[in-house]
Design a protein around this ligand. Structure first.
Ligand code: FES
Length: 80
């Protein structure tokens, strides 16, 4: 699975750096380094709604440093 986190300026202001850090530790915590590839991306064109994150091209809605853990659990752990 490939997760991309937008680091464009609007998403950066909403905490994309923190979202990336949390995703990194969640991936490590669940030993998913071989299954999940985490990448940064330039503006994905959806600057209005939290930090823009995609998983295998699917847009994840409403990601913030506060919600990223539960979204990760649903989208990544729920998918295994
Ligand atoms: S800055 Fe992230 S989608 Fe535009």
């Amino acid at each position: 699975m490939e997760i991309k986190v937008c680091i464009g300026s609007s998403c950066h202001l909403r905490g994309s750096y923190e979202v990336i850090e949390k995703l990194k530790s969640l991936i490590a915590e669940h030993s998913l380094e071989n299954k999940v590839n985490l990448a940064a991306s330039f503006c994905l064109g959806k600057c209005g709604a939290g930090v823009t994150v995609t998983g295998d091209g699917e847009f994840w809605e409403g990601v913030t440093p506060e919600t990223v853990e539960s979204i990760f659990k649903e989208k990544v752990l729920g998918n295994k």
